[in-house]
Design a binder for this molecule. Structure first.
Ligand code: PLP
Length: 418
């Protein structure tokens, strides 16, 4: 009802909504331990999602870096940003749209997040920031932001570059503060200057809301803020889009106030428990390796054990018959030969559903065991049945993956990872 009542408003046209938005920014900044006095107002803004939030945070870093370089009389035309190869596509968009080189740390088999050592090694004088992810989209794993911070502090002391950190906490921002309060990943670390979080992921709001908050107002260059007064009062704005619906802001405000810290904590604990039930069920089938970690975003990412002559893509395809949409995807460089299935546990994913998913996966596995491999038939390749039990070379696996991608694409059915 709250959403319907506010559906016809943009958030700028109504002081009531701007006020609510600022309240949300303050609550979120405090949740992330921004160094604010009791009466101080936090710096941040509501966005369409984490993607817009990341564009804004990235722009602020780029501008700060340029200003610093100009003041030092140095060149400022080759900015770069350091991330893991596991970043969400919005970072690639930021890099391309705003002309910043993306320097990605490659992954390796068994290690699917950014390695802080390698990241700090890659930092140079043109690095506008290092972006760490709290909850990798692919496996839910939290990157070690504390270690990154400590290594970067040392490097900054030695070089004088002052390279800052942004934390992309799209999923983890509403998880870690509630169930891993000891984990230091946020503004408790001095180099973390901005953080984004999606309201429509674990913020428990419908699609269309994200947040970006800055450590202090000095971390957001003033020249990026526009002041408008034609709607009746001075309104500072820093967004890519001018108008934006107000209903999600109202909904976010409602959830924060209605659930409070304890409410969110209960929801997240529940998600975590259901994740563990699902994980144990999948482990019990003895057919899968679990790729996700127990500490992280509550999701289960898993891949087939050994060299099965069926693929994760086939399992994903067959689970659809039972009404499940479980995406299968390959890992980024240099772990492209690994394919995983991923189940994200949301608030409405109950224990009963977790048990049913395990039972349906078993049915799919039994059925697949009686079928010849679809890939070998589709690809017209040699008999993949021979491959079973043997150590398959990486090239062979890549062939299978490429074949499957083509097969899925030809049928105009692509699984997205979002
Ligand atoms: C989902 C996600 C994004 C993009 O967020 P949207 O709110 O969908 O725009 C960015 N980064 C990570 C790590 C994500 O998981």
């Amino acid at each position: 009802m709250l959403i319907m009542n506010s559906i016809h408003w943009t958030y700028q046209s109504c002081n009531y909504v701007s006020y609510r938005m600022n309240r949300c920014v303050n609550m979120i900044a405090r949740l992330f331990n921004a160094p604010l006095g009791d009466t101080e107002t936090a710096m941040g803004v509501g966005t369409v999602g984490s993607s817009e939030a990341i564009m804004l945070a990235g722009l602020a870093f780029k501008r700060n870096w340029q200003n610093k370089r100009k003041a030092e009389g140095k060149t400022y035309d080759k900015p770069n940003i350091v991330t893991g190869a596991n970043v969400q596509v919005c970072w690639e968009k930021f890099a391309r749209y705003f002309e910043v080189e993306l320097k990605e740390i490659k992954l390796s088999e068994g290690y699917y997040v950014m390695d802080p050592e390698k990241a700090v090694d890659m930092v140079d004088e043109n690095t506008i920031c290092v972006a760490a992810i709290l909850g990798s989209t692919l496996t839910g794993e939290f990157e070690d932001v504390k270690r990154l911070n400590d290594l970067l502090v040392k490097k900054n002391d030695a070089t004088g570059w002052n390279t800052p950190i942004h934390v992309d906490a799209a999923s983890g921002g509403f998880i870690a503060p509630f169930i891993y309060p000891e984990l230091e990943w946020d503004f408790r670390l001095p180099l973390v200057k901005s953080i984004n979080v999606s309201g429509h992921k674990y913020g428990l709001v419908y699609a269309g809301i994200g947040w970006v908050v800055w450590r202090t107002q000095h971390d957001l260059p003033d020249e990026l803020i526009f002041h408008i007064n034609y709607l009746g009062a001075d309104q500072p704005t820093f967004t890519l889009n001018f108008s934006k619906g107000s209903s999600q802001i109202i909904a976010q405000y409602y959830q924060l106030i209605r659930l409070g810290f304890e409410g969110y904590k209960n929801v997240m604990e529940n998600c975590r428990e259901n994740m563990l039930v699902l994980k144990e069920g999948i482990e019990k089938t003895e057919r899968f390796n679990i790729v996700s970690k127990d500490v992280g975003v509550p999701l289960v990412a898993f891949s087939l054990k050994g060299q099965s002559f069926h693929s994760e893509f086939e399992i994903s395809e067959m689970l659809r018959r039972f009404g499940w949409i479980v995406p299968a995807y390959t890992m980024p460089a240099d772990a492209e030969h690994i394919t995983v299935l991923r189940v994200v546990i949301r608030e409405d994913f109950s224990r009963t559903l977790a048990e049913r998913l395990v039972a349906d996966s078993l049915k799919v596995l039994h059925e697949l065991d009686t079928l010849p491999s679809k890939i070998s038939r589709k690809m017209g390749a040699e008999d993949f049945g021979n491959v079973k039990g043997k150590k398959v070379k990486r090239e062979k696996l890549m062939e299978v993956i490429v074949g499957w991608r083509k097969f899925v694409k030809d049928r105009k059915k692509m699984n997205g990872v979002c």
